[in-house]
Design a protein around this ligand. Structure first.
Ligand code: HEC
Ligand code: HEC
Length: 205
């Protein structure tokens, strides 16, 4: 094949790839949105309102896009069905994998959709104490407020971490075939802010 033909063939392959991805995305229901903080204004009791706002945020925190990176064990999970990561990889000493199998040997700075590989420059596993897998929204609430288990943050720090951090933000642009987290990152940040400002109460259970 000469250079021109090769270029044309590449364009055709790329176009085909894009149409397949578009068709696939269109065949999937968009994930449900998030209620606004204002929609909880009718709850007069401050603690009850705060807890209800956190419960809404729980739709994000328990979503596979977040939980797959906040697993209970040492292995990340994959996909909407949260299957164990294949190939088998483990967190290693720093969450970036073992010396032989680093996360960034496959996960690059951005999503690589032709290979279905999600990407971000800081791609690594949340530490063990930040595990959310298998926990109720109430349990995650208690944990996320606990500086010993949230990376030494206070509740106000969580507003920007959830509302603006770009690794967290990946969950709303997760690439090929994955359902994004509900709503938008800004809406999730607004819920965290309203929760913090109403006293950061946790739901029961
Ligand atoms: C040998 C290559 C390879 C290595 C090393 C690797 N991954 Fe992956 N990872 C993949 C591939 C490929 C996918 C996409 C699988 C799919 O969804 O079809 C993936 C998907 C994921 C997902 C799923 C995202 C989602 O919500 O669906 C997470 C989380 C993840 N990897 C975390 C990690 C972490 C953390 C490390 C390092 C400890 C790591 N991976 C190391 C290849 C790798
Ligand atoms: C690619 C893996 C990855 C994904 C995806 C991910 N996280 Fe994390 N998360 C981490 C890592 C690593 C840390 C620890 C970093 C730190 O403490 O600065 C962390 C820490 C956190 C923390 C602070 C500690 C805690 O548990 O209270 C919050 C809050 C958080 N993530 C929220 C989210 C939310 C919300 C989502 C989904 C919308 C999400 N994360 C998706 C890797 C991930």
């Amino acid at each position: 094949m000469n250079a021109e033909k090769r270029a044309k063939a590449l364009v055709i392959v790329a176009t085909l790839g894009i149409s397949i991805v578009t068709a696939y995305a269109a065949s999937h229901e968009p994930s449900k949105g998030l209620a606004t903080p204002q929609s909880f204004d009718g709850i007069a009791d401050t603690d009850a309102r705060s807890a209800a706002i956190f419960t809404e945020l729980g739709k994000v925190l328990t979503h596979p896009r977040c939980v797959n990176c906040h697993p209970a064990g040492d292995r990340p999970r994959q996909g909407d069905a949260r299957r164990l990561h294949e190939p088998p990889v483990v967190r290693g000493a720093d969450g970036h994998g073992t010396e032989a199998m680093r996360c960034n040997s496959c996960h690059k700075d951005t999503n690589f959709d032709p290979g279905r590989i999600p990407g971000h420059s800081e791609w690594h596993l949340a530490p063990r104490e930040m595990a959310w897998e298998g926990k109720t929204v109430a349990e995650i609430c208690t944990q996320i407020k606990d500086p010993a288990r949230n990376g030494g943050r206070n509740v106000e720090d969580l507003i920007d971490h959830i509302g603006k951090d770009t690794l967290v933000g990946w969950a709303w642009a997760p690439g090929y075939g994955r359902a994004p987290a509900p709503g938008t990152q800004a809406q999730a940040g607004a819920l965290v802010e309203a929760w913090a400002k109403s006293g950061a109460a946790c739901p029961n259970g």
